[in-house]
Design a protein around this ligand. Structure first.
Ligand SMILES: NC(=O)c1ccc[n+]([C@@H]2O[C@H](COP(=O)([O-])OP(=O)(O)OC[C@H]3O[C@@H](n4cnc5c(N)ncnc54)[C@H](OP(=O)(O)O)[C@@H]3O)[C@@H](O)[C@H]2O)c1
Length: 343
């Protein structure tokens, strides 16, 4: 059946300016890291994308390696673009990234000019696009001069392959250096993509969050639900079909009784606020306007509907914030720590 976007799609969504740039991003964006590989039925992927777009989620985030197998999420999204979203391309912000292992040999990962540009071309081909709206360096490469990786991003924009560029999981210091290089070249560098949630606050301790505001950069926080831990789903064990049950990126070992104790306390708080825990976790990420967008993932359309409901209450009292601070000591579940710690 031909997809028709909901006429109501722009009524409830909040759009935030991405730093000092002219681009606005939805307060909630959808990432295609999980549930868009060949192991998920195509109809599920379509339903997720349709639900998101109908709710005003204009931003879809991908990367070369999303799948499994790597590349299949971009291929699937390309199909959806072609068959369902063709008429809406100019209403969408599509991003992709290069940095993690994509193909064999010395040119298939990290940050060389050779890899980053070739990978961008492959992503465009898989998605059937002439350009992406944002192209990211997915992780800092300690073995490649930063000038080379940033130069590759600059080339990607100048050659028409992307409109804007971003970096992901770079720490505050590397972000400052990258920003200085890109400023010198006049590259439209507008966004950083770090992990950030109640159980993983490295962007605060590292100073990155304040650095981004100071540099006028936007930010899109990935894993705002700690891959689903910040919902009720793991309180009674690991349910079948959940991410922790799949043996992929969420090791059930990280869902410790201590972490679950925190989740229980947070769930009680959310209930008192009239929100689900997932909604409160998203509202918390967006709480003081420093983060442009919360980048969620979903396995079911209902989860996206629930997450967007977070926007109905983004305000926290001082005592609620203090309670969350007390609960949310770092839980060592920042899988991206290595990239952000690289010197
Ligand atoms: N730059 C990077 O290095 C990097 C790394 C990781 C992710 N990302 C980006 O960030 C995106 C989001 O990451 P993520 O998927 O880990 O984010 P997340 O939002 O923290 O976790 C998503 C998972 O939480 C569960 N969930 C979502 N909404 C829910 C709700 N309302 N109630 C209960 N459970 C809910 C689902 O788990 P179940 O599947 O178990 O149902 C879903 O798959 C990725 O798709 C990707 O675009 C970027």
């Amino acid at each position: 059946m031909t997809y028709q976007a909901a006429p109501s799609r722009y009524i409830k969504m909040i759009y935030n300016k991405c730093g000092t740039s002219g681009l606005k991003l939805p307060a909630v964006s959808l990432g295609l890291w999980h549930n868009f590989g060949d192991d998920t039925p195509h109809d599920t992927k379509r339903a997720l994308c349709h639900t998101a777009f109908d709710l005003g989620i204009t931003h879809f985030d991908l990367a070369n390696n999303y799948g499994p197998p790597a590349g299949s999420a971009e291929t699937a999204f390309g199909e959806i673009l072609k068959h369902d979203f063709k008429a809406y391309r100019d209403e969408m912000i599509i991003s992709s990234k290069a940095g993690y292992l994509m193909w064999e040999g010395p040119y298939g990962e990290w940050g060389s000019r050779k890899y980053v540009i070739a990978s961008c071309d492959q992503s465009l081909k898989r998605m059937g696009l002439d350009y992406v709206d944002i192209f990211y360096s997915h992780r800092f490469d300690p073995e490649t001069p930063l000038e080379e990786t940033m130069g590759a991003l600059d080339h990607i924009v100048r050659s028409g392959r992307a409109l804007y560029v971003g970096i992901s999981s770079y720490n505050s210091e590397k972000t400052r250096q990258a920003a200085a290089i890109l400023k010198e070249m006049g590259t439209p560098f507008i966004i950083h993509q770090p992990s950030y949630n109640i159980l993983n606050r490295w962007v605060e301790t590292d100073g990155l969050k304040d650095t981004l505001v100071e540099l006028g950069l936007g930010s899109i926080a990935f894993t705002p639900l700690a891959q689903g831990i910040l919902s009720k789903k793991y309180l009674q064990g690991v349910p079948q079909g959940s991410r922790a049950a799949q043996g992929k990126s969420l090791d059930p070992v990280t869902i410790t009784p201590k972490a679950l104790g925190s989740v229980q306390a947070l769930d009680a708080m959310a209930h008192a606020r009239g929100q689900t825990l997932a909604q409160m976790a998203i509202a918390w990420v967006l709480r003081n306007g420093q983060i442009t967008s919360a980048l969620i993932g979903a396995s079911k359309p209902e989860q996206i509907i629930d997450c967007v409901g977070a926007l109905e209450n983004l305000t926290f009292t001082t005592s609620e914030l203090a309670e969350i601070d007390a609960i949310s000591e770092e839980k060592d579940i920042n899988l991206w720590a290595q990239s952000s710690m690289s010197q």
